[in-house]
Design a protein around this ligand. Structure first.
Ligand SMILES: Nc1nc2c(c(=O)[nH]1)N[C@H]1C(S)=C(S)[C@@H](COP(=O)(O)OP(=O)(O)OC[C@H]3O[C@@H](n4cnc5c(=O)[nH]c(N)nc54)[C@H](O)[C@@H]3O)O[C@H]1N2
Ligand SMILES: Nc1nc2c(c(=O)[nH]1)N[C@H]1C(S)=C(S)[C@@H](COP(=O)(O)OP(=O)(O)OC[C@H]3O[C@@H](n4cnc5c(=O)[nH]c(N)nc54)[C@H](O)[C@@H]3O)O[C@H]1N2
Ligand code: SF4
Ligand SMILES: [Mo]
Length: 731
């Protein structure tokens, strides 16, 4: 066969790079960055190469399987047909809901859903069909504080300003490491190249992080900051800005006086005591941000998934807005996506506390409860107890606090289905696993990441390979399940109305007479591709899937543009910084007099991402797992010496919720008082997962140490950074 060149989107991380792939029939010959791509400009990272390994991976499931035997090494997995699998899953979901109520079936949506067009167009509708208040997602171990503040300040949970990195003169990154992660809540492919350009035009990068990260190493300045104490530093920056008269907010920004009053107690000196960052440096940074021709402050994982995440993200928005950097070139700006899910009202503005979790009373946000309550909602008996779980592209046993306890809880469910193509720490508890097609077998359009990208572009990515005849896409799985669930429910209602008993007799009703079924069919009828086409057309962009598909790299719609105040969804088209929810929380913070460390013996545990890791999966891809071990605990030489720990020793790590043993690496890349461990490891412990080709199962799961009882006060977001841990040498 002849070699052919194709252009696709990499769906493995938020950077969403455009790739140039050479294929020969069913074989990938090479994968490169697409140089002419207007967004990613040729960028590629080692993970993209793994796309072909996922494609050919013998560990990957290609047919539905049913578990026989208890979860673990004794379990065997029996292949079953799609039809049988869909019926089985739909019946069990309908039965559980009929017996125990709608909320007895929970759903968890994992991270890859946002990277799958079909999961967004159809998977979300499946979750709506299940109609349970017990809906969870990776958002509450991630960016929930961003959504809260976007809703409060800009009137819509998805109205998230992104740093205009291509024009800024000062980029301040707090708690993120784009040199490894390739950026987050900021789709910024080719961060290294964009940073080089920033420096070439005389701009500066400043990083605040408890670890001298890959990004800190290429920054103009890096400040160590004690985990969990950023709020004090950010409030002190606001204190300097307001007390020195360095503010110049746009006329649509309100609340300066209230913010000034609220931050008055948070002096740089106090911030120094709490954070370890010298007061003089805090003052200098505040003045730099105010004085720069343009500046963009961006805070991510390290300041979202920590004790004061909501306050931190609010303070970041305030700094940008009060220095006049919100909505100006080189500051933080809103995108103008070709498909505007916000403008089309396909995404709601968000709400907080419309209901609460049954056991602990944590609030929902935007229709989801914090995943930190999932285990207790399964294991606490009573009305409203979760009895079944639908897990879509997620591995919460690895990814959420006390995941090991969640695993125990999953074992007690009446029923569980996983939509996943691997047998993982989580899916091994499922009764049925439904594997979707792989990333090279499906069409893609970034509904989410064009909304968060540093440049306005629109890119269609056609499936590189036809799917095998028997395979199903994520969207097809969602559609089948939703249809069968609705049909069964209607048949049941029909049988009840007729005084018939049981599902068998209910077959009297034919599908064509069932109104909800007909409605559902209509809702799920169009393919993801048709939906994208419709959305492009409906917005009269002049774009279509066909046009985009014919343009490698897609359409370049230009740099970010000024959008305010028109783009605001607040009723009065103003940005209100003086949010009572947050200002009240500051009072609580004010009462915290001691640094965030627990006992003086404890160190504070933080996370890290490596360029060749991808959350909880891809550890069975040999070319991503070769080289130096990446699973180790980093510890500062001073802390190691205090505990007679040497490089390479195995140490015991003990937190309020767990204990693990792990080999360590002594390095002054972490500040004293801090230890650092990646998440997504620990596969070796989970009996019966299928990663036969994993080169190494070394490492432990970080989330045996994180505590589901400790959550961010306003949103219930998980605290994954700044966890007090005891560290000692294992003898
Ligand atoms: N301690 C600690 N914990 C963390 C984090 C941290 O920094 N520290 N980070 C958190 C963050 S930011 C996130 S987003 C979460 C991520 O955690 P999860 O939401 O659990 O997501 P992943 O680990 O990416 O697992 C995804 C699963 O989806 C499957 N999958 C991959 N692609 C597809 C697909 O196209 N379709 C389907 N159906 N399945 C697919 C994979 O096989 C894998 O089993 O982890 C969180 N947990
Ligand atoms: N290679 C790779 N890329 C990824 C992923 C991956 O797993 N691997 N995951 C993807 C996902 S789901 C996400 S959400 C993004 C996340 O992207 P990033 O936000 O860049 O994620 P991290 O690399 O975890 O960076 C968090 C940083 O916060 C620091 N930190 C920890 N605690 C604190 C604190 O209290 N204060 C401050 N200031 N800093 C702190 C850590 O040292 C770390 O450097 O990455 C995405 N990209
Ligand atoms: S940076 Fe992300 S999107 Fe780009 S090639 Fe790597 S994994 Fe794919
Ligand atoms: Mo994430």
């Amino acid at each position: 066969m002849a070699e052919e060149t194709r252009y696709i989107t990499c769906v493995l991380c938020e950077a969403s790079c455009g790739l140039e792939v050479k294929v020969d029939g069913p074989t990938v010959v090479s994968i490169r960055g697409h140089k002419q791509d207007p967004l990613s400009r040729g960028h590629i990272c080692p993970k993209a190469i793994a796309l072909q390994d996922i494609h050919t991976d013998p560990d990957r499931l290609r047919t539905p399987v049913r578990r026989v035997g208890a979860p673990g090494t004794d379990a065997t997995w029996e292949p079953i047909g799609w039809d049988e699998a869909f019926d089985l899953v739909a019946e069990r979901i309908v039965e559980v809901q009929a017996e125990h109520g709608a909320d007895a079936v929970a759903a968890y949506l994992g991270n890859p859903n946002v990277h799958s067009l079909g999961a967004l167009t159809h998977g979300v509708n499946l979750v709506r069909t299940i109609k349970s208040r017990n809906t969870f997602s990776a958002t509450s171990v991630d960016q929930l504080p961003h959504h809260l503040n976007a809703m409060l300040l800009y009137g819509h949970q998805f109205l998230l300003p992104v740093p205009d990195i291509d024009r800024t003169q000062l980029l301040v990154l707090i708690g993120n490491n784009p040199m490894a992660s390739n950026g987050s809540m900021m789709t910024v492919p080719d961060f290294p190249g964009r940073l080089r350009e920033l420096k070439a035009r005389g701009g500066r990068l400043v990083v605040l992080d408890p670890r001298r990260t890959e990004t800190a190493k290429v920054a103009d300045a890096h400040h160590f900051i004690r985990p969990g104490t950023d709020a004090y530093v950010l409030l002190a920056i606001l204190n300097v800005l307001t007390s020195e008269g360095l503010t110049k907010p746009a006329e649509y920004v309100r609340g300066l006086a209230e913010v000034a009053a609220a931050v008055a107690p948070f002096t740089p000196e106090r911030a120094e005591t709490m954070s370890g960052m010298p007061a003089a440096d805090i003052i200098a940074l505040a003045r730099q941000i105010a004085g720069a021709e343009s500046a963009a402050v961006h805070g991510r994982m390290g300041v979202s998934t920590q004790e004061h995440g909501a306050i931190c993200q609010w303070a970041v928005q305030c700094i940008n807005a009060l220095t006049g950097n919100l909505d100006r070139p080189g500051g933080t700006m809103f995108t103008t996506p070709a498909i505007d899910l916000i403008g089309k009202r396909m995404l709601g503005p968000g709400h907080l506390g419309a209901w609460s979790s049954r056991v602990r009373g944590l609030p929902e946000f935007g229709g989801e409860l914090p995943v930190s309550v999932l285990a207790e909602e399964i294991s606490t008996p009573g009305d409203g107890q979760i009895k079944a779980l639908v897990c879509l592209a997620g591995n919460p046993v690895s990814s959420t606090p006390a995941g090991d306890d969640l695993g125990d809880a999953l074992a007690g469910l009446d029923f569980m289905v996983a939509i996943d193509f691997y047998i993982t720490e989580t899916s091994r508890y499922a009764d049925v696993i439904l594997p979707p097609t792989g990333p090279l077998e499906r069409d893609h359009y970034d509904l989410v990441f064009h909304l968060l990208a540093v440049r306005n572009t629109a890119r269609w990515s056609s499936a590189l390979f036809d799917k095998p005849k028997e395979a199903r896409h994520d969207w097809e799985i969602a559609k089948e399940l939703a249809l069968r669930i609705i049909t069964l429910r209607e048949k049941r209602a029909f049988a009840d109305a007729q005084g018939l008993s049981g599902l068998a007799t209910a077959t009297a009703a034919t599908v064509k007479d069932l109104p909800k079924t007909i409605e559902t069919q209509a809702r799920f009828r169009s393919t993801p591709k048709q939906q994208v086409d419709l959305l492009l057309e409906a917005l009269s962009t002049g774009l279509s899937v066909k046009k985009l598909a014919e343009t490698p790299g897609g359409a370049d719609l230009g740099p970010l543009e000024r959008r305010l105040p028109e783009r605001l969804y607040t009723e009065d088209k103003l940005v209100h910084l003086d949010q009572p929810l947050i200002l009240d929380a500051l009072t609580v913070l004010d009462a915290t007099k001691t640094p965030a460390t627990g006992t003086s013996d404890d160190l504070l545990l933080i996370g890290r991402r490596a360029q060749r890791d991808n959350n909880s999966w891809l550890h069975n891809v040999p070319r991503l797992t070769s080289g130096k071990p990446r699973h180790r605990l980093f510890i500062n030489p001073a802390d190691a010496a205090d505990r007679a720990i040497n490089d390479g020793d195995v140490v015991n790590l003990t937190s309020a919720s767990g204990k693990v043993s792990i080999d360590c690496q002594v390095t002054d890349d972490v500040m004293p008082g801090v230890v650092c461990l990646p998440h997504g490891y620990g596969h070796g412990k989970a009996d019966g997962i299928r990663l036969e080709h994993a080169k190494t199962l070394a490492g432990v799961s970080f989330n045996e140490l994180s505590d589901p009882q400790r959550t961010e006060a306003i949103t219930g977001n998980a605290i994954l950074n700044g966890i007090p841990v005891g560290v000692s040498r294992a003898d």
